[in-house]
Write a protein that binds this ligand. Sequence first.
Ligand SMILES: [Zn+2]
Length: 531
Amino acid sequence: MTRERLFLFDTTLRDGAQTNGVDFTLSDKLAIAGMLDELGVDYVEAGYPGANPIDTSFFAERRPMRARVTAFGMTRRPGRSTSNDPGLVALLDAQADAICFVAKSWDYHVRIALETTEDENLASIRDSVRAAKAKGREVLLDCEHFFDGYKANPAYALACAKAAYDEGARWVVLCDTNGGALPHEVERIVGEVCKLIPGDRVGIHAHNDTEQAVANSFAAIRAGARQIQGTLNGLGERCGNANLVSIIPTLKLKPEYSDKFEIGVSEAALGRLARISHGLDELLNRAPDRHAPYVGESAFATKAGIHASAIVKEPKTYEHIAPERVGNKRKLLVSDQAGRSNVLAELERIGLSLDKDDPRVTRLLDEVKEREAIGYAYEAADASFELLARRMLGQVPHYFDVEKFDVNVEQRNNAKGQRITVSQAVVKIKVGDEELISVAEGIGPVNALDLALRKDLGKYQSFITGLTLTDYRVRILNGGTQAVTRVLIESTDETGDHWRTVGVSANIIDASFAALMDSIVYKLMKSGAPA
Ligand SMILES: [Zn+2]
């Protein structure tokens, strides 16, 4: 039986960026876009060009990806022509494969929020779709408040959707913008829409305000829609968007869907789902949700007792899917499978192909497990993982030793009688037979240490001149008296490469030092500095 193609549209970088407390840097956006592309979603909606400098610079150049890079923005403003609306012009100029317009489809909003007529709103939809198509872009229309609009005035909501479809929009996306629709309503209304517009041109964009965004997405699929919009880990404003991390495995692993539909996510990519989900959390400096379906640490954890002994005998008795398929693991049994395949996938990514039964893979896995148990997280620290792996293979030269360092923080009055805090670091290193001492002042102890460490590396100095630290994130783990600090540092260099390193210690300076050292050594290795 041929299966129908279902399309996944990710809006982590656009709607997900509305999450309270989330602020993506450009490099975060590029890293997440890479993760999404690795996962195999069909569309990556990366932002709203013109709305802020980060989104504008994202779309200033082509971002080559397998997924279709999508720019988001509004249809032309009422009373303007498409060429006379600067927002629309910026959107049409964005370096994107597709443009997703948002337009009102609730007559009440058209009158109150847009202060225009229903006809002018329809004309704006038609003109905008036509202008984007003329630019050679694939076009999507997000019908904002579609379900509420349909309940209030079905004819007008349908007219908005139909206007975009008739004008040749590839997708008409029905949005539950307030997130209050219920699955049976979504199923009924999407069914009505699909009588007018073929389902393979209809998408669903659900919000999670009744904790049913995932259920609403599936309801829409049952009724005929063939595109699902959502975000990684359900990021999004208020209660979030439909969580693709839950939707994808359901589509892949539940015969109800997998028998009928095909998606762009491969079996192998599905096996990296947990790592991708946790990698996003690490980037955002948030603790992963232990109870997240499929990928949470507790998703396959069974308490000891009757269940445990049954699960030892036959895992299927208490598990709805095999955890390895989404890159997770059973917590009760010591199963190395997931960890091993993650490590193998990572080794392959950095160009080290080892056989899965190679004893060095086991050693590396043990090392990673030991370190993760004390707080290291390698999902978001690609460079530290690579160093760990290459050190084990004897591929990392011994460049220099830090014999000692001394960091101090002094609070005092300056000459003007103002209270100031000054940090100073002294670092003593040994490069070959040469001993070097550097002193630096910084805006904080870690900054001072970083500056001193990189001030004079002797014969290696020329290899690190392009090294810049672009981000520094601190997380306190475990709380209370056993608290340890994890530091995640992001660095870049003159080639534009980015890498991340991690350090863990009870002491924030030590943790930062470890992450800084990894970054410097990684840079030396990457630049081909001689041993
Ligand atoms: Zn939304």
